[in-house]
Design a protein around this ligand. Structure first.
Ligand SMILES: [Cu+2]
Length: 199
């Protein structure tokens, strides 16, 4: 009698441990042992196994870029610097898994340049001219970034000022149809025109 109880106890114990092991394993286990506990464990297992659906922070970068652009339209170098630093900070959080193979090449072309220009703008709060020189290149980078990752779901305008960049002309991206020139600020606020609507 004692032996019988003992072997039942062992059998139960091994069954339990077997269940525990299988539970974290595969979906087949779930089909065989469809108890609430197994499904709960299965859910946890699924979230760890499923590849992370990381999203590229194009919205965050665009938000900081537009803040930077608007700061320059108001001749506010300090706010421009803050927004420049925000771009650098966001770039540092980019999860490479959020970038597809097709996007990777252009991202690699953009990333370093974007970071460098944003850094210089961030480090030159007192030098609007210098910030605007970098803003010429930063705006090109942002234009390329939009081509690669989209506009983050908001309608944007690609504007052009023929007088900026020492008369060579320069583009900027804006969230408004109205022209507010970031290269000249209050001195020449309405210089430029919309070249493209990005929807
Ligand atoms: Cu610089």
């Amino acid at each position: 009698m004692t032996n019988l109880i003992l072997s039942i106890a062992i059998a139960t114990a091994s069954l339990t441990s077997c269940n525990n092991n299988n539970a974290t394993d595969t979906k087949q286990t779930e089909v065989k042992n469809d108890t609430p506990v197994t499904s709960a464990v299965q859910k946890v297992a699924d979230t760890t196994v499923t590849p992370t659906t990381a999203t590229f922070p194009v919205k965050e970068i665009l938000a900081s870029y537009l803040q930077l652009k608007n700061a320059l339209t108001k001749d506010n170098g300090k706010e421009a610097a803050t927004a420049g630093n925000a771009i650098v900070a966001t770039l540092a959080t980019v999860d490479m898994k959020s970038i597809s193979a097709a996007q990777m090449k252009s991202y690699m072309d953009i990333a370093d340049d974007l970071k460098e220009n944003a850094e210089h703008i961030g480090a030159n709060a007192g030098k609007l001219d210098h910030q605007r020189e970098h803003f010429v290149m930063l705006s090109k980078d942002i234009t390329d970034l939009i081509k690669t990752f989209g506009n983050g779901g908001q309608t944007l305008y690609k504007d052009f000022c023929p007088m900026a960049n020492d008369g060579k002309g320069a583009v900027w991206i804006s969230e408004m149809k109205e022209i507010k020139n970031p290269y000249f600020g209050k001195a020449m606020a309405t210089c430029g025109s919309v070249k493209e609507t990005i929807q």
